[in-house]
Structures are given as structure tokens and as C-alpha cells.
Design a protein around this ligand. Structure first.
Ligand code: PEP
Length: 250
């Protein structure tokens, strides 16, 4: 079964609505007619409605970088799945390493968010990845399996059809250090084997596993051409339309 790759832009805490609109206006013509991959933009919450509006009529999707697990409630500063859908967004990142590192997001919270996203028909991009000291201690597989088990607890194969996993080694995010294609392929194979264990072989085969961590126009091809790598989650190099378009069209 062939998996359609997804190339996704995580803009982190960058871009006002006007800047987000200017990006989309410049970016869409650069990727017009590009059908090989799905494309998604993850702006900050204040730019989400602007991006949804700006990508209308194109095949580019829009999503949030984070979503709360509750449908509503006294959670100051948070955004719900219902709110995300109400503005017309379709995707969400879950468990990005910056959320885990700075906002204490645990595997348990990631799991609750994933259940909520799946319940609301939102495409979840669940981020996992090891720290440098995990890798150096030979614990990469243990960390990935633990994060996947935690994220997917109670998720059925039927519910998981839209699931996307982003393998993002923490030491490669925003550092300019990229995993070699061989390292990424090895990690993706571990992820796919654990997906098969948790959700069955069919779902594992169909699930897209993206690589993230200092992807740039210069290394996108080497990474994304690998059979095991089903696209990329891109931070810094997704902030400029020409740079992100060059990654999409590697
Ligand atoms: C990210 O934010 O998910 C990411 C991979 O960032 P960068 O591409 O800047 O390493």
C-alpha cells in the first residue's frame, strides 16, 4: 500500500495574521498543481482563521499546534477541538517536544488529546522522539515504544485511520543537526513495528510517519525519498514561502 506523504509546516510562535496571510499568498502559487504530497500549515492560534480563509480553494490544510483534551471548560489560555473545527481547521499537532519540555505535557495528556482529536475527526499529528542522552545511552527504541504505548492507550485500529506520527528526535529540533536518513529510517522502522503491535499490521502499514528535525531544502530529498519516511514536519525552514516550497517540491 502506498502512503501519500504529508509535508507540514510548524510555525511555532511566529507570524501575525498579516504575516501568515502574506506567506500563504506567496506560497500557494509556488505549489500550485503539486499533487504528490499533502501539505499542511500549523500557524499560531491567532492566525488560524486567517490561514484557513487564505488556503480556501487550494489543497493546503490548516491546523493548530496544540489542542486541549476537554471540549470546553475552565482552562484559561487553551483551545478546544470544537473551536478548532469551528474555524474550519482540520489538523492538530499533539505532544510536540516543545510542549513536552516547556509545558509538562506527559504521555497521559498526549493520550487524552489524541482521543479527543479522533473523536472530533481532526487529523492528529502525534510527535514523539528521544532526547540526546537517550540516544547516547542506546535508549532510542525504549523511548519511542514508551511514548507510542502512552499516546495510543485505548485507541482502536478503527479509530486510528487518520493517525499521523511525527518522529522528531529532540536533539535535531531547531539545532541545525539532522538525523541521517539511515538513523531516521531505523527509528521509523521501530515506530512502525510498535504500531503493528498496538494497532495491527494493516493500520501500521497505512500510517504516515513523518520525520522532523532541521529539515531544509538541502536535505529534504535525501530524507523524504526513503521508503519508510512519509513526509516531514518542518519548523524553522517553513517560515519562508520559497524555502518551504522548495522542501515540498524537493
Ligand atoms: C519542529 O518544530 O517540529 C521542527 C522540526 O523544527 P525545526 O525544523 O526547526 O528543527
Amino acid at each position: 500500500m502506498s502512503r501519500k506523504a504529508l509535508i507540514a509546516a510548524n510555525w511555532k510562535m511566529y507570524k501575525t495574521p498579516a504575516e501568515a496571510k502574506a506567506f500563504v499568498d506567496a506560497f500557494l502559487p509556488l505549489v500550485a498543481g503539486h499533487d504528490r504530497d499533502d501539505i499542511a500549515l500549523f500557524p499560531s492560534v491567532t492566525s488560524l482563521a486567517t490561514v484557513v480563509e487564505a488556503v480556501k480553494g487550494s489543497k493546503v490544510a490548516a491546523g493548530l499546534q496544540n489542542m486541549h483534551f476537554a471540549e470546553e471548560g475552565a482552562y484559561t489560555g487553551e483551545t478546544s477541538a470544537v473551536m478548532l473545527k469551528a474555524v474550519g481547521a482540520t489538523h492538530t499537532l499533539i505532544g510536540h517536544s516543545e510542549r513536552r519540555q516547556y509545558f509538562n505535557e506527559t504521555d497521559e495528556v498526549v493520550n487524552k488529546k489524541l482521543h479527543t482529536a479522533l473523536k472530533h475527526g481532526i487529523v492528529p499529528v502525534v510527535c514523539i522522539g528521544e532526547l540526546l542522552h537517550d540516544r547516547e545511552a542506546g535508549l532510542t527504541a525504549d523511548v519511542l515504544v514508551r511514548q507510542l504505548k502512552g499516546a495510543l492507550a485505548g485507541v482502536t485500529a478503527e479509530a486510528a485511520h487518520s493517525l499521523v506520527i511525527a518522529y522528531e528526535p529532540c536533539w535535531a529540533i531547531g539545532t541545525g543537526k539532522t538525523a541521517t536518513p539511515k538513523m531516521a529510517v531505523e527509528a521509523h522502522a521501530i515506530v512502525r513495528a510498535e504500531l503493528a503491535n498496538l494497532l495491527g499490521a494493516e493500520v501500521a502499514k497505512a500510517t504516515r510517519i513523518l520525520y522532523g528535525g532541521s529539515v531544509k531544502p538541502e536535505n529534504a530529498k535525501d530524507l523524504c525519498c526513503e521508503e519508510e519516511i512519509d513526509g516531514a514536519l518542518v519548523g524553522g525552514a517553513s517560515l519562508k514561502p520559497d524555502s518551504f516550497a522548495a522542501i515540498v517540491k524537493y
